[in-house]
Design a protein around this ligand. Sequence first.
Ligand SMILES: [Zn+2]
Length: 462
Amino acid sequence: MDCCECGDVFETESLCPLCLGKIPATREICGSDVFLVKRCPEHGEFRTIIWRSGPEFRGWKRKTGATRTGECQTSTMKGCPFDCGICPVHRKNACTAVIEVTSRCNLRCPVCFADSGREAGWDLGLAVIEEHYQRVLRASGSDIILQLSGGEPTVRDDLPAIIEMGRSLGFPFIQVNTNGLRIAQENAYASALRQAGAASVFLQFDGTEDGIYETLRGRPLCTAKRLAIERCAENGIGVVLVPTLVPGVNTHNIGSIIKLALELSPAVRGVHFQPVGYFGRCPDTPENANRLTLPDVMRLIEDQTDGLMRVEDFSPPGWENSLCSFHGTFLPMPGGGLQALTGHGAGGCCSGEGEDAHAVSFTARQWSAPPAASQDCCCCDSAGGETGTETLDGFLERVKTRMLSVSCMAFQDAWSLDLERTRDCCIHVVAPNGKMIPFCLYNLTSANGDRLYRGNEQCHKG
Ligand SMILES: [Zn+2]
């Protein structure tokens, strides 16, 4: 469909979703929508929605500076995105480094970035994990979110030892990306993770209804998720709920997820939405109607929280490319309601310059458990007095303990891939061979299921 009257076009580059050849691409603004348009000489034109309706695209998009300081681990040979590792044209240090410590999993999810749960699983050896930690230190330093992932990392009995090793090498913030089953099932497991030094759990949490889990994960999991959250809370591990959003499966449940997060705060520190992308075999071009863009998610949040959180409360990212994510920080107010501490309108106090340098440490602090002495809710008990007479100490206490972050990361697939975005990527997977590869490129597959990186690298899995 050709519709563009405004003709406002931004040049970038992409890959053909069929042959993975590098091709030019444009972001075309059509009214308030934006499409990524590209043409492969062999396979024709692809037109993928990347931004639907407001907030206005031009006002949202902002340039972030190149901040690469660490060591390059590959050189320019075939050009971006074929030299990842990180190569010299990459613009950002990692803010999150993901190490997949195993390919084994205790669920068999129809939806899985990591393509886990296959019969012949592998575990990364401890010596290899130590090498990976050292690579991350050389490429990005220790001031990052170090995420241990899989597969399902908790299927390894030595996960606490892996966490301890990371802490002893100097990573202050280690997060475990998990489905929470083992934490729920084993009484002492959360305590073992905490004692080893885990600060936070990135908890797969697709909704508040068992039907959602039956569709996405093959079995009802609501009870296990609640138990996992309780166990983390008891042991001082911050919990981030991570829903994979699939249109028609759990997009109606966004408001309920946020309301539950508010109810379970401060045990729950944040909600991080991830709209599903098209990875794996996908013979037909995915319909634009089935794509959730960042503005779609912002509007669903506003609609389903009855305006408690509004579209204008959310900010573009301070670190990665502004088309990759949004985030908001909210403070429960005495007497009900929320105050947004972020926003892309005039009201936000945390948006804009200056945020960049603090993005990683701010997120790490927010996603960790609040100080143990402050677990009691100070905004709804009587100690703080009436609304309007709250002391400064009371306010600061409330900020420290009760803030909830709500964020969303728009992953790119072979259709939506925009190489300007991937060069700005700061979420890097450490591949089994030690190369650090932007998350979306690591997981990218063609329409035929061919992979750009995952599984294609020369493996040294130990
Ligand atoms: Zn092609």
